[in-house]
Design a protein around this ligand. Sequence first.
Ligand SMILES: O=C(O)CCC(=O)C(=O)O
Length: 260
Amino acid sequence: MSAELTEVEREFYLEQGYLHVQGLLTPEEAAAYRAECHRLAERTGNTDATWTSVRDTSEGQKPRLSHCHDVHFYSAAFTRLLVDERLMRVATGIIGPNVQLHHTKMFIKAPEKGSPFPMHQDYPYFPHQNHSMIAVIVHFDDAPVEKGCLRVVPGSHKLGPLESVGADHHLPTDRYPIEDALPVPARAGDAIFMSYLLVHGSGVNRSQEPRTTVLIQMRDPTDIPLNERHSSRGQGMMLAGIDPRESKFEFAWERQTTRT
Ligand SMILES: O=C(O)CCC(=O)C(=O)O
């Protein structure tokens, strides 16, 4: 890790596997991003992303979760968010000076029945050799417990990859019930960073308000993916520093061609 984090932040992240940064964005910035998300959801229509294992639960009401993958391909506001210096201070502090985009996704948990996320690690979706991958969940409105805030198992990143079940790769619900995990309630403008090995999930949004977030997944560019299943638009874009793997640049007229 670089010296970008404070000592307290560094210790907390290393021990717990996540870091809750309060007020990373101002309330005004969060409100503007929130409006951008809701406009995007209106433009892109019904894109429910409720996990298969919870689709038919929740007291007979179908849970709802609006979703958009690769948000930075829909609005330049999100492209600016990706390289926000306050976000990159923490990302480089955890990953190192070079930070590469893996993917982004917006989630709007509907009021009253906003879908839960079963407890899981992000690891099985995009395993990497050195486990440099982290996510940050940027909150654009308040996410108290009743809104289905993020829940984590502190320190679980130290367990390494765990065996997951089902098509959506969640952890066995009897061993990892959502209710037993630590709630991390957040305010609009807060950002929660976490290792892709951290066991996490979130509950149902039972409140009258939607819960609006964007999740950004990032890695060290030298970390090697163990499979190529999870590709996204813009993957590989550098958010901080450089890609040290780059092959030497050549101007077009310097290239050797075999044509005569
Ligand atoms: O937004 C949340 O509550 C959790 C999202 C999550 O865990 C994921 O997308 O992997």
